[in-house]
Ligand binder design. Sequence first.
Ligand code: FAD
Length: 406
Amino acid sequence: MTYAPEWDVIIVGGGPAGNKAAQEFAKKKMSVLVIDRKAQIGPPKRCGEGLSTRWIKLGGQEPHPRWALQEITSTMLIAPNGKKIKIDTSKTGQTGYIIERSQWEKMEAGRAIRLGAKYMLKALVTGVIKDGGRVTGVKVSREGNEEEYRCKLLIACDGVDSMVGRYAGLHTAMPLTECDSGYQYEMANVPIDDPKCMELYFGKDVAPRGYVWVFPKGKDVANVGIGIAGTDGETAKSYLDRWLEKHGDRFSKASVTEINAGVIPITKPVDEFVGDGIMLVGDSARMVNPIHGGGMGAALEAAAIAAKVGARAVKAGDTSKKALKPYHDKWNKVRGEEFARILRVRHFVEKLDDEQFNLFVDLVEQKKLDPRLFVELGHGRGLVDIAKILVKASPAAAKFAMSFIK
Ligand SMILES: Cc1cc2nc3c(=O)[nH]c(=O)nc-3n(C[C@H](O)[C@H](O)[C@H](O)COP(=O)(O)OP(=O)(O)OC[C@H]3O[C@@H](n4cnc5c(N)ncnc54)[C@H](O)[C@@H]3O)c2cc1C
């Protein structure tokens, strides 16, 4: 297949960020080329496939039966001592779905194509072209050929291992301490009590700095995964395997149908995600909720903001960094400030030892702590409320509260 040598917008990466950006730019009558190194949009996934309903509905979409496999209305937190707290998130309107991500991505790409975007697959972007310091295109390795494509604006949606931002001279390097390492089995024949409930297991020996998740994809299929500190001496896989062995009663008749692994950035976004002729969107800019590592929703939201600002800049014939900066500012306002608060909460949660975690669960059992405050923590709120409750609860809890307020 041949492609025109010049485009209004070239998007590198046909994941959640790239598909959404393609739709939004195409709606604004821009010529759009999406380039992806994979042979197929969608697989392999590197994802637990949890997506909040509010993100699905962004842009007026509804959950589709082909990919919205399992509605989720509650979350179960399992403390290191095995005690459980079930939080009904439907009461606060925080529902979601476990999706079939490969189907979803392909359908989203289809939507972009029907709006006018073109996709080029099995094409690796190996560099950017610059004229007078401004990005004006990409170098592509495709079918054994080295090709060049020009654009007025380049959108880097190339994920956590993004090179495109770096090729353009933006500082995207991330220390290992700021990464979590993720590993996951999709499994069949898993006994699931309540398919509408996500399970999260905590503990130093379970998942240092992270958690094990069981995300149901129906009656007896689940994503069983783990995220741990990327600097831990042991691999995420060995922690997960050990956990599965420990829960042999439950998993002995289950088996693996898919294996996924990947890096999860759990830090702040890159300092600058615009440059002359280029915008970074999604994981390439590290726009990930730093407490649970979910990044699909934030990628969709950022893509919509980027397209609004970017299309205006293309139409005005000025894609300078200054003209693109409103994207940076707007994103920081609608999501960046929240993520910064969440990062502070994360630093607090990291300090929890197993005994303190167990204490939380005891306080919930004693009805001294409302479990919905844990959901608030996921939005970067409620830290002070929790501290106040701890101070009142018991001398041990008060000491603990003071230690993290400091
Ligand atoms: C184990 C694990 C579990 C997760 N679970 C969840 C979850 O439950 N919910 C959630 O919201 N998030 C989750 N995430 C995070 C989520 O997967 C990412 O935030 C999301 O994929 C970001 O979307 P994106 O479009 O920015 O990047 P990606 O989805 O990574 O897409 C990048 C695309 O760019 C292409 N590409 C990269 N480089 C090039 C190149 N040089 N040339 C051409 N193409 C290129 C890739 O092939 C890919 O298609 C998880 C991550 C991991 C690792």
